[in-house]
Design a protein around this ligand. Structure first.
Ligand SMILES: CSC[C@H]1O[C@H](OP(=O)(O)O)[C@H](O)[C@@H]1O
Length: 350
């Protein structure tokens, strides 16, 4: 059973696993102010769509806690400012915006004193966190019915980190992998390093090692060769935002992986909670793609790997078109991309 929780409420503050320090150092960062939570999301101390949704929810509570007024209207007006600062952290993962909206809606719909509303906001952040763990476990269970039917144990390739560290716990793509491992269906994980931030090498591999799941780390440019050599039975990745037609934004490199999987008839699945689906966007070309600092490209540790005089382009995500996706594994069920819209009414909140 996974016990990696990237965000923990403890002693009236939030403890974050510093994911920029893993795997060499396991350290916790204490967050007591919403401004520091915003910074932790932007600098990827906490990252992964569901995890930053949970972090933003606690950030909303921390901001609310510091608002010094008993006047409801003044409180709500200042809470809107907290929300705007948190919204400006990262643009792609819809969970961030979903969580902030849910916290704001809760505040507006709550009756009682300002202090009572603050307590309701804390409870709501904790509820969002608890729901996500259960959602990830349901995704894992739902994936068992779609695992390739073969007698030998499976080798599953994943990209970036869609694990416990990217969620409230258990993970989405790694939730599928954990479920397969628990059921005795998994032989090995192949983890793409995932340039430039290397979440696969640093975080997915770390999670697998913690739970003694055999893992092979490969450089991103090895995936095609591994599929050509029939080493991979299935690919499963996470998602940051899924459009209503099933087009999926995920870590840069996912689209290329989907093209290679299609070429080699390897099943390619997206594992994501319904809170990652943006039913307001018809197609994936409308998904905002974050561009990050070019130093992520040209610097590894203290080493500069590019010569002076080059230009940079650092999109953090790309969009995989629905026709390259075999299925989307959600907490309700696994659907073909074109069937995703049928789950819209199942969304408890959006
Ligand atoms: C379970 S969502 C994980 C998703 O988020 C990651 O992006 P980042 O590390 O930049 O937050 C990546 O796209 C993962 O698939």
């Amino acid at each position: 059973m996974n016990t990696i929780y990237p965000v923990v409420w403890s002693n009236n503050k939030v403890l974050l696993i510093d994911q920029t320090a893993l795997p060499s150092r396991y350290t916790l960062v204490e967050i007591s102010r919403y401004e520091d939570m915003a910074k932790a999301i932007k600098t990827m101390i906490v990252r992964g769509a569901p995890a930053i949704g949970v972090a933003a929810a606690y950030g909303m509570y921390l901001g609310a806690r510091d608002i010094q007024t008993k006047e409801r209207e003044i409180f709500l007006k200042q809470l809107e400012k907290v929300a705007e600062i948190l919204r400006q952290t990262r643009p792609t993962a819809v969970n961030l915006f979903w969580a902030i909206s849910r916290m704001l809606k809760t505040a507006y719909e709550s009756i009682g004193t300002v202090e009572e509303i603050k307590q309701i906001l804390l409870q709501t952040a904790q509820q969002i966190q608890e729901e996500d763990v259960k959602t990830c476990q349901a995704i894992g269970q739902n994936s068992l019915s779609i695992l390739p039917k073969k007698t030998e144990k499976l080798t599953i390739l994943t990209h970036c980190n869609a694990g416990a560290l990217a969620t409230a716990g258990y993970g989405t793509a790694l939730g599928v992998i954990r479920a397969a491992w628990t059921e005795g269906r998994l032989k090995r994980v192949f983890a793409d390093e995932t340039r430039p931030r290397l979440q696969g090498a640093k975080l997915t591999a770390w999670e697998c090692v913690q739970e003694k799941i055999p893992v092979t780390v490969i450089s991103d440019n090895m995936a095609a060769h591994c599929m050509q050599k029939r080493l991979i039975d299935m690919v499963v990745v996470g998602a940051d935002r899924i459009a209503a037609n099933g087009d999926t934004a995920n870590k840069i490199g996912t689209y290329g992986l989907a093209v290679i999987a299609k070429m080699h008839n390897v099943p390619f699945y997206v594992a994501a909670p319904l809170s990652t689906v943006d039913f307001n966007l018809e197609t994936g070309d409308l998904i905002p793609i974050e561009e990050r600092d070019p130093s992520e490209l040209y610097q590894i540790g203290t080493t500069i790997i590019y010569p002076d005089g080059v230009d940079y382009y650092n999109p953090a995500f790309d969009v995989t078109p629905a026709h390259l996706i075999t299925g989307i594994i959600t907490e309700q069920k696994t659907v073909k991309p074109e069937e995703l819209i049928t789950l819209k009414s199942d969304l408890s909140y959006h």
